[in-house]
Design a protein around this ligand. Structure first.
Ligand SMILES: Cc1cc2nc3c(=O)[nH]c(=O)nc-3n(C[C@H](O)[C@H](O)[C@H](O)COP(=O)(O)OP(=O)(O)OC[C@H]3O[C@@H](n4cnc5c(N)ncnc54)[C@H](O)[C@@H]3O)c2cc1C
Length: 209
């Protein structure tokens, strides 16, 4: 059903239309990389597109990040990368510190920003170069059975819907808060998340050989 790549073709692949290891080819016609919210809204409301899907760092092992193959005649499917959306603001107001960040950040960048404020995120997945939002939406976990999955750190998020409108959701206030999150990008586009932070701490690592 899907186009599994030969190693020769992988080298020529448009990186946005393939998963990270380039063995899976998504079914979109085009990949788009908007610079800002206005451009993103124009893409989302453009009638030439039938199905749109945002990609993070394309590390899913399956096709959940894909658009549908079937589309009406004359329409296109497109993938959108938000890698240029990298603003992040740390706040110490409120009961605990937070970071409000756009969806282009990887965990490496997130750690760099929060560490510069003497802060930390509770837990992390194994790879630092994963996109934060893509990981949150797929229930990515860190290490240790006492910790919840990373999406539990979200206090607030903003989502752009198919009509281009952006709505804000707050933990404990907005109904169906979590129902909008663990949807693999199928309901709307996350345009910002606010994560709960902790005071910075060190972790010791031992390697036994
Ligand atoms: C080598 C490797 C190591 C891994 N290690 C771990 C680990 O330690 N712990 C763990 O739990 N998992 C781990 N994973 C799994 C990984 O965390 C998930 O596959 C995660 O989804 C990767 O994020 P991504 O942005 O690369 O995913 P993508 O495939 O790019 O996206 C994931 C989903 O999120 C959606 N999405 C992305 N951004 C947005 C947005 N802004 N708005 C709406 N939808 C969006 C996409 O449409 C897609 O459905 C690992 C995977 C690999 C390949």
């Amino acid at each position: 059903k899907y186009n599994l790549m030969s190693s020769e073709n992988r080298l020529r692949a448009d990186p946005y239309l393939y998963n990270w290891s380039r063995n899976l080819r998504f079914s979109s016609d085009v990949a788009l990389v908007p610079d800002n919210m206005d451009q993103l809204r124009k893409i989302v409301t453009d009638p030439q597109y039938s199905c749109l899907k945002v990609i993070g760092t394309r590390h899913c092992f399956n096709f959940i990040a894909d658009t549908y193959q079937n589309k009406p005649i004359g329409k296109k499917n497109a993938h959108i990368s938000l890698e240029k959306f990298t603003d992040a603001t740390v706040s110490r107001e409120g009961p605990f510190p937070t970071i409000k960040m756009q969806p282009g950040l990887t965990f490496s960048k997130l750690i760099e920003v929060v560490d510069s404020h003497g802060l930390a995120i509770e837990n992390l997945p194994s790879l630092p170069h994963l996109n934060v939002v893509g990981s949150l939406l797929t229930a990515t976990h860190g290490s240790g059975h006492k910790f919840k999955i990373l999406v539990d750190n979200i206090e607030e998020f903003e989502m752009m819907f198919a009509n281009g409108q952006v709505k804000s959701f707050q933990k404990g206030k907005s109904p169906y808060f979590k129902h909008y999150l663990l949807t693999f990008g199928g309901i709307g586009i996350i345009t910002s998340v606010t994560l709960r932070l902790e005071e910075g701490f060190n972790v010791s690592k031992s390697i036994f050989q």
